[in-house]
Design a protein around this ligand. Structure first.
Ligand code: ZN
Ligand code: ZN
Ligand code: FE
Length: 736
């Protein structure tokens, strides 16, 4: 007989019924069962039939499955079965992977809309190909009794389907129908029940400009009408979020009314992971400009829960669907967690056990950049080069994640949060404990950032385990090395906001040689003074003042008041609370403020995004850059500042200056990489860090470097921003 062992995501997504049907069709006898490490199949048949069986097994498997590994062996053993059966699960010592939550499939969607179906208009419809997974698990193995469905007893109708190997709902753990499953409810902001049909009432409320908390798969959304200006103003006021763009959910058929989108992007939007994609807006933009003020882009997400399709009824074509959380807190799982943000709540009685936000992807030239990796992707692990001891990477502070790794698996947590609040810390610990338990990993070594004030650093220090402190930008580069299984030396370009350097300065414009868990800083932006650290980040105009002052340029920033100017001058003269920085993010802030874009920002990278968006689709290749100098290991941008001010005074447009600035950054980066490569002989180049979300920079750098025969590596599913730090920490620590 032939023994086939599969691992990856092969449980809870209809793999056994698929094998069953295939084997029966081909007259192959034997059996299939779930083991703790995956799926095992034992079969007997003619050579031709087995050949076809193996081929189709690997090509026609269910859409939500992911095969990591398949081992096929022949043994002399035999069994006395004449047909093919599904046997009960066997426990062994291996680790089962948990499927991410899956967007509703087309079969369920059809039934949802079919008035003759038992689950017609039932918002919790699902099957083995779709539905919640990660969000409903309390423990493993993945079995209904260990999910948030345990208190919903299957009715006879559902049970029949659940037990029928030929049914699409065979062993679909969250299977439910209106008779036995969860139900919607509508509440006002005092959490009292509102009568009437919850769905129709909710749609009416949204249409009349109300703000609703909507319980989804991985957490709550806050929803409202993206055409209603007053409602958006009110939502922005309640969320204390004056400018940061909101994502919009729209029916797949209407996406081209909102955004410029290609086939491949539609496929990604419609995938089981159903991420938010940041796409260019169409002009004129049919929604309120307050959805994404001053932005040429729009975050689009397709409906992924059956309820979303029901909400997007004829009267409501689009919905703002923003993460349901109070500022500085993780996404809410209960309506009570949302404070006074909503007028009403469309909720239900299926608890959310494991929270995850919507994932966010930024499509770039030939690559997609992961901005936030959460729902639809977690808790699927990354395959890494085998490590000797289990390691915990504790992450950074913004875009906080942790990474838990053992042997060849690295589990990167969902996006935890952006701040140092108690709720964020609790969510971090809660998720970490679950991951350790589910995936049976007890870390023997921890790794953290060098920044002593981070909550993640303090946590690592208190863990009592041997600790490796990893420089922030080294971690950015190492994360990409981990994802691409790179063991050889690389040249790393880490362009980022801030991260503490080994010399106590704030780094972020770094070109380094990274090798075997170590790095050598080869080139970096020459240090500039940053008065007041965090306050300079909040007020880019202060960075601009400081940079111009240091470059000896006499230029009046008209958006800076006299008082602040005097204060900053004194601060720079006395060097009180002034940090030295090589940050690329701050350089973008500085130029943006010189051009008068944002003297003050209300969300991270706001001014850098504005600087990128005014470039348009410029062709930079032929353009001449501004002056700069590379001396020893320093990139001196002061000559560029001189040039920019001169052009500004000559009345050159901000669009043109921004383009030429981008060109200059690209130019000195490639020059520095050439010099670094000459010195080291290394031709592999890794790009990472928050600034790499700038697509003009990323696309042009990638294209130019590849033209010069460098092998360019970008993060694929590892986030490009600080969401990558934890994975990089694990990589570096693995060399200890
Ligand atoms: Zn389905
Ligand atoms: Zn039922
Ligand atoms: Fe960073």
């Amino acid at each position: 007989m032939v023994v086939i062992k599969l691992n990856g995501i092969v449980q809870g997504i209809g793999f056994r019924p698929f094998v069953y049907r295939l084997a029966r069709e081909l007259n192959i006898s034997g059996y299939v069962f779930n083991s703790s490490s995956g799926l095992e199949i034992k079969v007997r048949g003619t050579k031709e039939d087995l050949h076809e069986f193996l081929h189709r097994l690997q090509t026609e498997y269910p859409p939500a499955a992911r095969i990591e590994n398949i081992a096929i062996s022949e043994t002399a053993e035999d069994f006395d079965l004449q047909d093919f059966i599904i046997r009960t699960s066997k426990k062994d010592s291996g680790v089962t992977l948990v499927s991410p939550d899956l967007a509703v499939c087309s079969d369920c969607l059809r039934e949802l809309l079919d008035s003759s179906d038992k689950r017609f208009a039932y918002p919790f419809i699902n099957c083995t190909n779709c539905g919640p997974r990660y969000s409903i698990i309390s423990d493993l193995p993945y079995d209904r009794s260990l999910t948030s469905m345990k208190d919903f007893n299957l009715c006879d109708y559902c049970l029949d389907e659940y037990q029928d190997p030929l049914n699409r709902r065979f062993h679909a753990q969250p299977v439910a129908c209106p008779r036995c499953g969860p139900h919607l409810s509508l509440m006002n902001n005092n959490y009292s029940h509102v009568s009437g049909n919850p769905l129709t009432r909710a749609i009416e409320l949204l249409q009349t400009g109300k703000i609703l908390g909507i319980k989804g798969i991985g957490g709550f959304h806050i929803a409202c009408d993206p055409c209603n200006q007053d409602t958006i103003i009110e939502l922005r006021r309640r969320k204390s979020r004056p400018h940061k763009p909101f994502a919009v959910m729209c029916h797949p058929q209407l996406v081209s009314d909102l955004a410029l989108v290609n086939e491949e992007q539609i496929k990604l939007l419609s995938s089981a992971a159903a991420p938010i994609l940041i796409l260019p807006q169409v002009t004129p933009f049919p929604l309120s400009p307050l959805v994404a003020p001053d932005s040429p882009n729009i975050g689009i997400i397709f409906p992924y829960a059956p309820l979303h399709y029901q909400l997007l009824s004829s009267g409501l074509k689009y919905l703002i669907m923003t993460s349901g959380n109070r500022s500085d807190e993780p996404v809410a799982k209960n309506e009570q967690d949302l404070g006074n943000l909503c007028d009403y709540y469309l909720s239900n009685d299926r608890p959310i056990l494991n929270r995850s936000d919507d994932s966010v992807i930024l499509p770039a030239h030939r690559h997609n950049i992961m901005v936030r990796r959460s729902r639809g992707y977690v808790p699927y692990p990354f395959r890494i080069t085998k490590i000797a001891t289990p390691i915990l990477g504790c992450g950074a502070q913004l875009k906080l994640t942790f990474a838990l790794a053992e042997k060849e698996n690295l589990f990167l947590s969902p996006y935890i949060g952006n701040a140092d609040s108690k709720q964020t810390f609790d969510f971090y610990i809660e998720t970490l404990e679950k991951y350790k338990h589910w995936f049976k990993i007890e870390p023997q070594l921890t790794a953290c950032d060098m920044q002593p004030d981070f909550m993640s650093t303090r946590f690592a220090e208190e863990s009592g385990l041997p600790l490796v402190k990893v420089q922030h930008h080294h971690a950015h580069i190492a994360a990409v090395m981990a994802e691409h299984l790179i063991r050889e030396p690389v040249l790393g370009i880490a362009y980022d906001g801030t991260g503490l350097g080994t010399d106590g300065a704030i780094w972020g414009g770094e070109i380094m040689l990274a090798e075997k868990g170590e790095f050598h800083r080869l080139y970096h932006l020459d240090y500039m003074p940053l008065p007041g650290g965090d306050s300079a980040i909040r007020y880019p105009i202060r960075t601009a003042f400081s940079y111009l002052h240091t470059a000896g340029i006499d230029y009046e920033l008209f958006l800076l008041d006299t008082m602040t100017r005097k204060l900053l001058s004194r601060q720079l003269a006395t060097n009180f609370n002034v940090f030295r920085t090589s940050s690329m993010g701050r350089l973008f802030d500085c130029i943006s403020a010189i051009l008068g874009l944002y003297p003050e920002i209300t969300f991270e990278a706001q001014s850098a995004i504005a600087l990128e968006s005014i470039c348009g689709n410029a062709y930079l290749a032929e353009m001449k850059p501004y002056e700069y100098a590379i001396k020893e290991n320093l990139i001196d941008i002061k000559p560029m500042l001189q040039d920019i001010i001169k052009e500004k005074q000559r009345g050159i447009s901000k669009e043109s200056i921004s383009r030429k600035f981008h060109k200059t950054v690209i130019d000195f980066t490639v020059t520095a990489v050439d010099l670094a490569s000459d010195r080291t002989g290394v031709k592999k180049v890794v790009l990472c860090g928050g600034v790499m979300q700038n697509r003009i920079l990323l696309n042009n750098l990638t294209a130019l470097l590849e033209k010069k025969n460098y092998h360019v590596y970008l993060p694929r599913e590892i986030p490009v921003n600080d969401g990558s730090i934890a994975a990089g920490q694990v990589y570096v620590a693995s060399f200890q």
